[in-house]
Design a protein. Sequence first.
Length: 150
Amino acid sequence: MFTRIQPYAILIGRIILGVVFIAHGWQKFSVNGMEATAQGFESMGIPAPTLSAYFAVAAEILGGAAFIVGALLPLAGLALSVVMFGAMYFVHLDGGFYSRDGGYEYVLTLAVLALAFGFSGGGAWAVDSLWLNKKNREAVEAAEPAKSTV
């Protein structure tokens, strides 16, 4: 029974996580603006604030979209986790654990989920599964001994 539900659970998780990341990236890009985002990063002591702001926005928007369609998941998961671990280190660590106190609870959760979904294979309805399944089939076929016709 669980194997029948698993693809749906992975799909729903990927979509929701992707939407959360896109919303945060879009807020930085469109609502706040890149200049204000870079200035905010600078005030928080984030190194190379302009470059970091552009990286964060690109990772959140493109990585979120990649999660939704299930494409390039390991790359998206790594990029998003780097952004979240950076937010944890530079912004939230001094606030303790709980997010209500400005802590790192939320960004840690997002970082770990990004890694988990990034290396999950994406499930049945992921673009990555199309080429991964083909690659796995080819590997199995290559490993099978040649059948004798005798």
